[in-house]
Ligand binder design. Structure first.
Ligand code: ZN
Length: 428
């Protein structure tokens, strides 16, 4: 199970590729694609379908033995995106000695310094010209070798470097891609690379959404291999736990849903993000495809339960002062339910009771997280989704260290616990 997670993390350097990985595994398990531009077919109980949005969000449904209106649905949601760097248009910056840097901008909230001195690659999607200007062809790209690096400044030029450094995103964070002397190559360095990787002509490339990514694979570490070290544990580890659970769980009276949204790290406000009406619309269409009515949609929502799965902060042994005095979620201590009095998290006593019971039935320990009262915490999907679908639900996630570092640390056993808990959730 852990090797599958590590392989998934390595094959998913950015959102688009993570969604493609999930899509392929759903297909292999017998889920069929819904084309949202076409009328939905008549769907029988037990039907397994999925739909994608923008190639970066994916929603899978296993219809229940009872209709959505009769029994509602159980949903696990997570997000496909992680903080990183997006490559800007006209990105090549050729300087002295032919050194080529790439112009980038920051996506989400990464810990910038963790991107220094790390072999990096490029991944994302490329749009190619077709006969129809409204429908260019999408091709995914993952350059599977390190092609650039963001070099640190030597300590000799900044003796205070270990006292903390303010980093300039436009100056300090630009990756160096190589040095070139050939004028033709200089002008088209990136396009040249893309065309070669995809085996297409440069003139066919219309545009791209490409990002920098860590070129080093995920791994287990620790004396007993108790830790997972990888980029994008937030939130791909939760996406994958949800997928494993959906594929393992038996059919239920209630419909089982896995919802992987994009753009959580920038506020969820896109057509493929949690604030979008896309999922609500799709649920409505499924209700109608079962022969139900608008009222059946409302009945489905009122009976539903959501697990909003996004990683939590595990107690950091070097920074006990940052933790709440009495609640110390331990790395390796099982799934963490997240609470916030200002309601940045969906959890309340009702929904937390449900999830804790599910964990108990799965034989999995369960922990609780609250912020230190002087520290503002993050937010996540649950409450944003509630604006379009008012769901009863809980915010939870596995505890990790160094959230938003280029390489985060989680616990191997927590992944196993989480898959067990999620599978039980879909089952009960
Ligand atoms: Zn997250």
């Amino acid at each position: 199970m852990l090797n599958r997670l590590l392989s998934f993390l390595d094959a998913s350097p950015v959102n688009f590729l993570a969604v493609e990985q999930i899509r392929q595994q759903l297909e292999a398990a017998g889920f069929t694609r819904i084309d949202p531009t076409q009328p939905l077919p008549q769907l029988e109980a037990g039907a397994q379908v999925y739909v994608t949005k923008n190639d970066s969000a994916i929603f899978a449904f296993r219809l229940g033995r009872k209709t959505l209106g009769e029994a509602g649905f159980k949903m696990i949601c997570a997000h496909s995106d992680s903080p990183c760097f997006r490559i800007k248009p006209a990105a090549e910056m050729v300087g002295e000695a032919g050194l080529v840097r790439l112009n980038t901008e920051v996506y989400g909230g990464p810990i910038l310094s963790t991107w220094f001195d790390r072999p990096l690659s490029i991944a994302g999607r490329v749009l190619l010209r077709t006969d129809n200007p409204l429908h260019p062809e999408t091709r995914l790209l993952h350059v599977k070798r390190p092609v650039m690096i963001i070099p640190n400044l030597a300590i000799h030029f900044n003796r205070q470097v270990n006292d903390g450094v303010k980093l300039n995103r436009q100056k300090d964070m630009l990756p160096v891609m190589g040095y070139v002397t050939d004028q033709l190559e200089k002008d088209n360095l990136l396009l040249h690379l893309i065309a070669k990787e995809l085996g297409v002509d440069k003139s066919a490339i219309l545009d791209f959404d490409l990002y920098l990514c860590d070129a080093q694979p995920a791994c287990l570490c620790g004396l007993h291999d108790e830790f997972i070290s990888s980029g994008r544990l937030d939130d791909l580890s939760m996406c994958y736990a949800g997928l494993e659970a959906l594929l393992a769980a038996p059919q239920n009276d209630m419909t089982q849903v896995l919802a992987i949204f994009d753009n959580e790290e920038t506020g969820s406000g896109t057509k493929q993000g949690a604030a979008s009406p896309f999922l609500r619309n799709m649920l409505e269409r499924l209700v109608l495809a079962q022969g139900g009515t608008q009222d059946d949609l409302y009945r489905a929502i009122e009976q539903a339960f959501m697990v909003s799965a996004d990683n939590a902060h595990a107690f950091h042994p070097n920074h006990a002062e940052k933790a709440d005095p009495t609640n110390h979620p331990r790395i390796g201590g099982g799934p963490v339910i997240k609470f916030n009095a200002a309601q940045k998290y969906a959890s309340d006593a009702d929904s937390a009771s449900v999830f804790a019971e599910v964990c108990r039935l799965a034989g999995v320990p369960c922990q609780k997280f609250v912020n230190h009262s002087e520290i503002a915490g993050g937010s996540t999907l649950g409450n944003i989704l509630a604006a379009s679908i008012p769901l009863r639900g809980v915010d939870m996630g596995n505890g990790i260290w160094a959230m938003h570092s280029a390489r985060e640390t989680g616990a191997a056993i927590d992944h196993i616990y989480c898959v067990k808990a999620f599978t039980k959730f879909y089952e009960v």
